[in-house]
Design a protein around this ligand. Structure first.
Ligand SMILES: O=C(O)CCC(=O)C(=O)O
Length: 276
């Protein structure tokens, strides 16, 4: 049987607060060097006018990213959080160049995803150290227990996301910054309220988010027809979702576009019962 990675205390912390930091790094100094070398290769595949936000779900087309998402020390932690049977389905970069004004508005991931039941976790892998100054992600501890909050279309043009929690639905003054060293990762629940401020430093801030769900979670393919799963641990006895093929190229673009609820628009929000 697999050794448990998280202590009972850490599991309780995750259940109560909806996130975890302070985990052992998944990548050492050489590993971090390779992460950034690989990121530079992926950036070369971007077309004029595109930026790192376009590198979404490229774990389906780049073995380099697929292997990061399937890193055993990361999956061990996810298994402790989600249980024995779960799959990988999403990945994307959140990169803020030095002095970038870009922010991420307060949101709950689950609002963006046409998934049911809502049992998912995100791992945020630090390609460089992140702290308050360079715009580390912030979470509102315990907010995942309040259920789905109302979101509205944001008018803040600096935010890279347009759906944000309505003000007054959570306690912004309780925010905690997820400070990480390069190679470390955090984990957060799909219902926790989180976001991030601008990068006020001369350092780049780069992180890769990786999304995992338990095998009982089904994607509404009428909203995101490109959804693909990769079983990470255990068995998928539900067979609810399409299964992806493991990429053979080390670095490759994915030109099939996954669609979030944000992109699918109000029609999808209505269909999923998020708005009337
Ligand atoms: O990196 C960030 O600032 C935001 C990340 C995020 O929203 C997420 O992981 O869902």
């Amino acid at each position: 049987m697999r050794n448990r990675i998280l202590t009972d205390q850490q599991k309780k912390f995750y259940a109560d607060n909806g996130y975890l930091i302070g985990l052992p790094p998944a990548f050492d100094a050489e590993g971090v060097r390779r992460l950034n070398e690989g990121l530079a290769e992926l950036m070369k595949l971007l077309r004029p006018g595109e930026d790192s936000k376009e590198i979404r779900e490229w774990h389906e087309s780049s073995r380099f990213l697929f292997d990061i998402c399937m890193n055993d020390s990361i999956l061990d932690v996810v298994e402790d959080v989600l249980g024995p049977d779960f799959y990988l389905w999403g990945s994307n970069f959140f990169i803020k160049e030095p002095r970038s004004k870009a922010t991420v508005g307060w949101h709950q991931d689950t609002y963006y995803w046409p998934l049911e039941p809502k049992i998912s976790a995100t791992v945020w892998i630090a390609f460089e150290g992140v702290d308050k100054e360079n715009g580390a992600m912030q979470v509102i501890p315990g907010s995942h227990r309040a259920g789905l909050l109302k979101h509205r279309r944001s008018t803040d043009t600096d935010s890279v996301l347009s759906l944000e929690c309505e003000s007054g639905t959570f306690r912004e003054d309780a925010a905690v910054s997820l400070v990480l060293t390069a190679g470390q990762f955090s984990v957060h629940d799909d219902k926790i309220v989180h976001g991030s401020p601008a990068n006020h430093s001369d350092r780049r801030r780069a992180g890769l988010t990786v999304r995992y769900s338990t095998t009982e979670v089904r994607c509404d393919l009428s909203v995101n027809s490109h959804f693909k799963t990769y079983l990470c641990r255990g068995v998928d006895s539900y067979h609810h979702n399409p299964v992806g093929t493991i990429p053979t190229q080390v670095y490759g673009r994915l030109d099939r576009k996954h669609v979030s609820v944000e992109e699918a628009g109000v029609k999808a929000e209505k269909k999923l019962g998020l708005v009337k």
